[in-house]
Design a protein around this ligand. Sequence first.
Ligand SMILES: [Zn+2]
Length: 281
Amino acid sequence: MAWYPGATKMELQPESDSQPAIRPTQVIYHSIAAPWTPQRTYEFWRDSTNLESHFGLGYDGVVAQYIGTETRADANYLANRRSDGTGAISLESASNDNHSDPWTPAQVETLIRLGVWAHHQHGIPLRICRTASDPGYGYHRLHSDWAIGGTACPGDARVRQFNDVIFPAIAARASGAPDPTTTAPNPAPTEEELMTPEERSWMDSWFGQLNAMAWGQKHDLAAQQATIDSLVKLVAADHDLDAAAVGAAVKKAVSEALAAGTVDVDVTVHDKTATTPPKAS
Ligand SMILES: [Zn+2]
């Protein structure tokens, strides 16, 4: 299971656990013909259909991941998983209702970054798929084997962007070459992209527990204490810190927040506030 560090994790069950493993060799971009946020797309996969993709991209460039990239997702027909175990990583993106609009600049940037990550993480070769099973990058309508009954997805404007901007930028940045589509220097990786999977999972655990506390609103002291203790152990072990000092700092911050009546943990940068609140303890 691989999770893109730049994405908000919204794990989709039962698909994430029940679908077979793949060795990803392709990246396929889609338009979902709806102006949806990643959260709305997650709810759609969860409640309405099982033709899910690995990723969902909003107009603002925020991306969520629903299934690890080494697990099959079902948006690409015969490319989902082939008999040799290879398959495609898929991404759905917000668009207008007939996917005739271009990707926004923020979407383009995320598509490039995700493509670069896929090259480094999974060795996706830096070329456009020449056949339906050829390893590389593509968009949904590129090969008829990728769509039951054919599709126009992701739309003409986005196909042009893929060919003129997105794929050339992926190829350049992934190989460390100057991006031919802009005179600006290649952007530095984000803090999240530089995280190891262990750090990312530690951070998810941290924000998850803080959110549980914020949403619970019960101020159950025993539960709080246990939460703080477990966080302190995580922090201390992960960063070689003095557990007592970290514990004191966390307890002070939490009790100050409680005293002020504002247990309001700002996690908007990771979009955790958009996920389903955990049940109150
Ligand atoms: Zn599509």
